[in-house]
Design a binder for this molecule. Structure first.
Ligand SMILES: Cc1cc2nc3c(=O)[nH]c(=O)nc-3n(C[C@H](O)[C@H](O)[C@H](O)COP(=O)(O)OP(=O)(O)OC[C@H]3O[C@@H](n4cnc5c(N)ncnc54)[C@H](O)[C@@H]3O)c2cc1C
Length: 377
């Protein structure tokens, strides 16, 4: 079995690592945690010019026509650099659903803008329950003439503060089965009746309370089929969980590498601390977490790219990394001693990201349930 990258993937990986090492220093990451927008528009444009934002979209709309596995390779590097901004929101939560289920008009209107770095997107799914199940979708959309009118509040919406289009998941019909009667709408971020408030988060990422007060959207803004949106949501959650797992994987890899280096450099009792057996065992545990994750991540991404059903594989990797990334950063803290605990050291950035990412599109328990279902339980 050959698990190596193709020549093209190798180039993507290397150029992403070099570019982000230059353009995304930790000073910028820290500035963006404090910044209201949470990303740098000039850097976003440069990433678009490199073809990163259009990577998985068809060439016909200005994209690169790359696979999900290629996207995962890029996302690992983004996680390694702690790149802030709305990349997953725009590409995975917004762009990919339009590319898969959009009408030709919707695709022509929006995908080229995404690829050029001219439109930021996101998905407004969760509500105060913060759960990823259909019964929690209570935001209502009602037909009025040739429009729908949407009202209600969404919570923890990533990057809604800067989004030009928000895919809103709303209830359009009540039914005994909560998975029926849900519709997805592509809503213009500047529509009258929308308000957005930034929430404070542990990682400084931009999650929002997103309120729709009688927001009018044309019927042509429905994404996919009315009342049959829940199946689409299920797929989007899978893509997003896999994309986030890729970022987490890259972060965990970087934490492992920085900790190995620290254990070699830090001298206590006249010896590098890496010569102590307990430190070696910690590092071996971290390496087992990181290396086993990579194989599962690439297997799931490859299956998705090939169109092979992989709900179980995606839940295996997101569920595993939700705990493994946090475990790796916690062990790195043990090895770094007091220095890793300080705000001036990069390690604390990764620890906070590991904690936030754990909950993103399903924590370990959420994904364990899916794995159990896939096992026929
Ligand atoms: C939140 C916080 C508050 C603190 N407040 C204070 C304070 O008020 N006053 C104060 O004086 N200090 C304070 N400290 C510092 C604390 O005393 C030191 O962190 C501690 O003594 C460890 O030293 P170090 O950070 O240099 O780690 P190191 O000694 O460099 O240790 C790093 C790693 O190597 C391991 N290691 C080191 N030596 C050995 C060995 N011989 N065998 C096996 N493993 C080894 C350690 O277990 C650790 O995992 C604080 C630390 C923290 C995190």
């Amino acid at each position: 079995m050959d698990l190596s990258f193709s020549e093209e993937q190798e180039m993507l990986w290397k150029s992403a690592r070099d570019f982000l090492a230059n353009k995304c220093p930790k000073t910028l990451v820290r500035q963006m945690e404090e910044d209201e927008k949470g990303y740098v528009p000039e850097l976003w444009k440069e990433m678009a010019d490199l073809g990163w934002i259009g990577l998985p979209f068809p060439e016909k709309y200005g994209g690169g026509g790359f696979t999900f596995l290629d996207l995962v390779i890029l996302l690992e590097e983004m996680g390694r650099a702690c790149l802030p901004g709305p990349f997953i929101s725009t590409v995975v939560l917004g762009g990919l659903p339009i590319a898969k289920w959009g009408t030709e008009q919707q695709k022509k209107d929006i995908l080229p803008k995404i690829c050029k770095g001219e439109a930021i997107l996101t998905l407004a799914l969760t509500e105060p329950s913060a759960r990823y199940d259909a019964v929690s979708v209570q935001v209502k959309a009602k037909v009025e003439g040739d429009h729908y009118v949407i009202s209600g509040t969404k919570l923890f919406v990533n990057d809604a503060n800067v989004a030009d289009y928000i895919i809103v998941v709303a209830r359009t019909a009540d039914s005994a089965n909560p998975e029926e009667g849900i519709t997805l709408f592509i809503v213009d971020g500047k529509s009258p009746g929308i308000t957005t408030h930034l929430l404070r988060t542990i990682a400084g990422d931009k999650q929002c309370e997103f309120t729709l007060n009688k927001v009018k959207v044309p019927k042509a803004s429905v994404l996919g089929k009315p009342n049959q949106g829940w199946g689409m949501v299920g797929e989007i959650i899978q893509w997003a969980a896999l994309a986030k797992a890729a970022e987490m994987m890259g972060g965990a890899q970087q934490v492992l590498e920085m900790t190995i280096q620290y254990a070699k450099d830090r001298v206590q009792f006249d010896r590098p601390i890496g010569s102590f057996q307990i430190i070696q065992h910690y590092l071996a545990d971290m390496s087992i977490d990181v290396d086993s994750s990579r194989v599962s991540l690439h297997k799931a991404a490859w299956m998705l790219s090939e169109g092979i059903s992989c709900a179980k594989e995606i839940s295996v990797i997101k569920g595993w990394l939700s705990e493994a990334y946090r475990r790796v950063t916690a062990q790195a803290h043990q090895i770094h001693g007091a220095i890793g605990f300080t705000k001036d050291h990069d390690l604390e950035l990764y620890f906070r990201r590991a904690k936030a990412a754990e909950l993103f599109f399903g924590d370990a328990d959420f994904h364990r349930e899916i794995v159990a279902q896939q096992l026929g339980m």
